[in-house]
Design a protein around this ligand. Structure first.
Ligand SMILES: Nc1ncnc2c1ncn2[C@@H]1O[C@H](COP(=O)(O)OP(=O)(O)OP(=O)(O)O)[C@@H](O)[C@H]1O
Length: 240
């Protein structure tokens, strides 16, 4: 499969703390690739490097054949950060209109795309309220909507469904699968095991190391595990 994202031997430290060590990943076009790991395992640091917000101490990330950071690639990437980067005094719609104009969409395109993403994410009712009146789950949905506005080929989502109820979580997964069917490549971070099961490929992260990678099925089958959680504990071992 054609690799659209390659992570080549990335290591990173903050001060004396090594947070990523020799990470190698390859993400194929149209894959949903999950980075699964406990809090502090390095997931956010890795996605920031892939997006180009952070430069690793060694190694590199290549997105659509360009080494990151590359401003040019940003138009191909939709990024949803872990903390919502929304303007709280503006309404949800005004936020989306702002991000759509940053992406260079014309007024007519902005109106149409905003309508489309609002419908997909079930946000139409409250979108004209200021964001500081939104619940945490609604802010996550507006952030996801913002990442989808310019129909990026690559979506990078840091904990996209945190604080989102199960019904909406299901509809977000339906949307992610629909985007994947259209050829969008998706990387997402999670520490939720049942969400990891929905990915095509998984990398299990612990203490900055990839301790195993493969399809959810193969990760379980290789060691006769019934669940991803069991597989994680097996590959993680004690003290790694
Ligand atoms: N800017 C920073 N300066 C110093 N240390 C940092 C910085 N960002 C992250 N770290 C440290 O790097 C390690 C990995 O953090 P990271 O946020 O990548 O983990 P994570 O797996 O995404 O965790 P979570 O699931 O809680 O978001 C942690 O020990 C964290 O404290």
């Amino acid at each position: 499969m054609e690799a659209v994202i390659k992570v080549n031997d990335i290591s990173h430290s903050f001060g004396k703390e090594t947070v990523l060590k020799d990470i190698q990943l390859s993400v194929g076009k149209g894959e949903v690739f999950g980075l699964l790991g406990p809090s502090g395992s390095g997931k956010t640091t890795l996605v920031k490097i892939i997006v180009g917000i952070l430069k690793p101490i060694s190694g590199n990330a290549v997105v659509l054949e360009k080494t990151m950071p590359s401003l040019k690639q940003m138009k191909h990437i939709g990024f949803m950060a872990q903390s919502d980067a929304l303007y709280s005094e503006l309404s949800g719609r005004e936020n989306l209109d702002f991000f759509a104009s940053v992406y260079g969409l014309s007024k007519a395109e902005r109106q149409q795309r905003i309508r489309e993403v609002l419908e997909v994410l079930g946000l139409s009712d409250d979108i004209d309220k200021p964001v500081d009146k939104f619940s945490g789950g609604m802010k996550r949905r507006v952030s996801l909507a913002a990442a989808l506005l310019h129909k990026p080929e690559i979506l990078i989502l840091d904990e996209p469904t945190v604080g989102i109820d199960p019904v909406l979580r299901k509809s977000i997964w339906e949307e992610l699968n629909a985007l994947k069917d259209e050829g969008t490549t998706i990387i997402l971070t999670t520490h939720v095991m049942d969400e990891a099961e929905k990915c095509d490929q998984l990398a299990l992260l612990r203490n900055g190391h990839v301790i195993a990678q493969g399809t959810p099925h193969s990760l379980k089958k290789d060691i006769n595990a019934a669940t991803i959680e069991e597989a994680f504990l097996h590959y993680g071992g004690v003290g790694q």
